[in-house]
Design a protein around this ligand. Structure first.
Ligand code: SF4
Length: 225
């Protein structure tokens, strides 16, 4: 099945517990003011690939010790069939890998999805697409409602476990505030600097200011119109 993505990255350590494979869907029509990922809005941009290719990356990540998969975007639920196929395949590979783990016991490995939809907007089709997710972070980004809650960009966003695995995995984090390591930077195959994580209000402007002071200018910032 075809899937349109902004990209993938492993390991990501700022979007859920542990070292994770990050998968960013391309396309979002929700248009939150202050979105840091405006480059993911155009549904025709990004790269078209196959769900099987993403699952191959997940299989590699699991073999390398991944502790979770984080799906973000863009809006994953605007490609519901592809999201459902990705999560189903990821759960199958995760459960297969766990059966082969040693006497130390299985690693906790969870599937987390970010969506801009509010819980009340999760229609039957969207809930079906999320059927294999262990937890979801819901809600539009609201720039006027800052928060320090871990992995959430604004105070309205909710971290909701969906499975017993998700409940066990995320219970310690539901009310936890973010520490100093909120953002992670890496250079993609296209040479662009990418920032993974959820900044506090004003943090990206501060990052720009510091880089400018160090003689580094940013172009085509994804958080600017
Ligand atoms: S914050 Fe998320 S839901 Fe809102 S416009 Fe950006 S990608 Fe879409």
């Amino acid at each position: 099945m075809e899937i349109r993505l902004d990209g993938t990255h492993y390991p990501v350590s700022t979007l859920g517990p542990g070292q994770r494979l990050g998968v960013w869907f391309q396309g979002c029509s929700l248009g939150c003011a202050g979105c840091m990922s405006r480059h993911t809005w155009d549904p025709g941009a990004g790269t078209s690939t196959m769900v099987g290719d993403v699952l191959a990356r997940w299989k590699e990540a699991l073999a390398g010790g991944a502790e979770g998969l984080t799906v973000s975007g863009g809006e994953p639920l605007q490609q519901p069939a592809a999201l459902a196929a990705l999560l189903a395949g990821a759960a199958r590979l995760r459960d297969g890998a766990r059966r082969h783990e040693g006497s130390a016991g299985p690693r906790p490995v969870d599937l987390l999805v970010y969506t801009g939809y509010e819980p009340g907007e999760l229609t039957a089709e969207r809930r079906t697409a999320l059927a294999r997710a262990d937890a979801v972070i819901t809600g539009r980004f609201r720039v006027a409602e800052p928060t320090r809650l871990l992995w959430r960009g604004s105070a309205n966003q909710r971290l909701i476990p969906l499975t017993p695995r998700g409940a066990a995995r995320y219970a310690p984090y539901l009310a936890r505030e973010s520490g100093d390591r909120r953002l992670q930077a890496a250079t993609g195959a296209d040479g662009a600097l990418r920032i993974y994580g959820v900044p506090l209000r004003g943090e990206l402007a501060e990052l720009e200011r510091r880089l400018r002071a160090a003689g580094v200018g940013l172009t085509e910032r994804s958080w600017r119109p």
